[in-house]
Design a protein. Structure first.
Lengths: 155, 208
């Protein structure tokens, strides 16, 4: 049996405590680490969020979607750069994570694309992002919003 | 007989491996290296386009002659690749320190419809102050891309908006306008900064 826990409370507490929200899903099967995003300019541009999703259980898990009050259309996207150096971005579909494996959402690869923002993403704020899994499980992480020029969770 | 045949295959195998290694070197580090075939920009002196920088100044390829140039394409509605490239470049410029002041760094939009002069000004303001933002009429952007042998394409998104596919490499030119090399997207900083120095040094050699 796969287990997921809601971490928004924990993450919110950590955020209040001044940590950059490591957003641990706890000792259960799915652990989300190093979540971060960049501030937006206004609400017309899509945002992107990054994190590492770790399956610590002994059964595969499949990420099928996202929800967040911040954006009407959050979706896992993948950026690909071809041999000619041309980058493109497309929905990544479902993402299976084998037991003991992790998937990195990082710049230039997979990202949580936040389309149709409901409010601007302001540096220093956080927002809840819920990962939806194929068995109905959910994990919510509180994602810190860093500066527009941030390069990673430490920036 | 059989043994000799095996030896023969063995020798052929060694030869094949050596060839593969050579081809690998050629493609990765050698002269066949980082620029994909047909992707090399022409010299800036052979380009012809008129754009406007983020401060409203008229600019063109001649603006870049006399100093080494780092140029790349993108658009400000780009959530992933462009802010990442701009952040990377900002980091490279920080690493270069004073040397960075000796070069042109230009971010050219492929989405002039949304990226007005004002939009470019706001956007580049979030990154290294050495980065200039250039925009202009669509047909002029097309001419720039032509000269760089860069490509871009507008694509609708599910959100009813559109996004742009585009060349994500960073192009380096010597002060003479000659194309030197490019930095591929995601190339680690330890490779990028020496490449930039190469473009900077090229100028000094040309000057002597
Ligand atoms: Cu995307």
């Amino acid at each position: 049996m796969k287990k997921y826990i809601l971490t928004s409370t924990l993450a919110a507490l950590l955020t209040l405590g001044g940590f950059s929200a490591p957003a641990l899903a706890g000792p259960e099967d799915v652990v989300v680490e190093n979540a971060w995003s960049r501030a937006s300019i206004g609400m017309n541009r899509p945002g992107a969020a990054y994190m590492t999703i770790r399956n610590t259980g002994d059964e595969p898990v499949t990420l099928i979607g996202l929800t967040t009050p911040l954006a009407m259309m959050p979706e896992i996207h993948e950026t690909k750069t071809n041999a000619e150096g041309v980058s493109s971005m497309n929905p990544a579909g479902e993402i299976a994570i084998a037991p003991g494996e992790s998937v990195a959402l990082e710049p230039g690869g997979l990202h949580a694309m936040l389309m149709r923002l409901q409010e601007p993403m302001t540096e220093g704020d956080t927002f809840p992002l819920t990962l939806l899994f194929d068995d109905g499980g959910e994990v919510t992480v509180e994602v810190p919003i860093l500066g527009i020029a941030a390069r990673g969770p430490e920036d | 007989m059989r043994r000799r045949a095996i030896l023969g295959y063995g020798a052929a195998g060694v030869g094949a491996v050596a060839l593969m290694l050579f081809v690998g070197w050629w493609q990765v580090d050698g002269p066949g290296g980082p620029e994909p075939v047909g992707q090399r920009p022409v010299a800036l002196t052979e380009m012809d386009f008129r754009l406007t920088d983020h401060e409203g100044n008229a600019v063109g390829p001649e603006t870049l002659i006399g100093r080494p140039t780092m140029a790349f394409f993108g658009f400000t509605y780009c959530p992933d690749v462009c802010p990442t490239t701009l952040s990377d470049i900002s980091g490279w410029l920080d690493d270069l320190g004073d040397e960075a002041d000796e070069m042109n760094v230009v971010f050219i939009t492929v989405d002039p419809e949304r990226d007005t002069v004002e939009t470019m000004a706001e956007y580049v303001g979030y990154f290294h102050p050495g980065i200039r933002g250039w925009t202009g009429p669509e047909e002029q952007i097309a001419r720039v891309a032509d000269g760089f042998h860069a490509t871009y394409e507008r694509l609708p998104t599910e959100s009813g908006d559109y996004t742009m596919n585009h060349s994500a490499s960073v192009f380096l030119f010597a002060a003479s306008g000659r194309f030197v090399t490019m930095i591929d997207y995601h190339e680690p900083r330890e490779f990028a900064v020496p490449k930039i120095r190469r473009a900077l040094e090229e100028e000094m050699e040309g000057a002597t």
